[in-house]
Design a binder for this molecule. Sequence first.
Ligand SMILES: [Zn+2]
Length: 105
Amino acid sequence: MNNPACPQCDHVFSWSVALKQILGPGRRGNAIWGAVCPSCSANLKVPNSRVMLIVASAIFFGSQSSTVLVLSDVTLWQFYAAKIFLILGFYAIATFIFLKLELVK
Ligand SMILES: [Zn+2]
């Protein structure tokens, strides 16, 4: 697992700081998935291609793996709850794998 780093000063974000900035309500920076480097105050964002990759792989793997549930004896409500849980789980995994920061131009 590689931590996201600032492309300007090579400051390495810890995951808790990076995710709090990118997803948290008190986020700074002006991009949707944005962050501000605590070391050099560079305005950073997650590249759009990475956001697409994270969302797409979460939905893809989440839906794929949830089809396995059809084989087991679950109610419809349990099926959808499990499906959402799986998508969120893969969302988190994809974020850790694909997250990268670049400078906002
Ligand atoms: Zn920096």
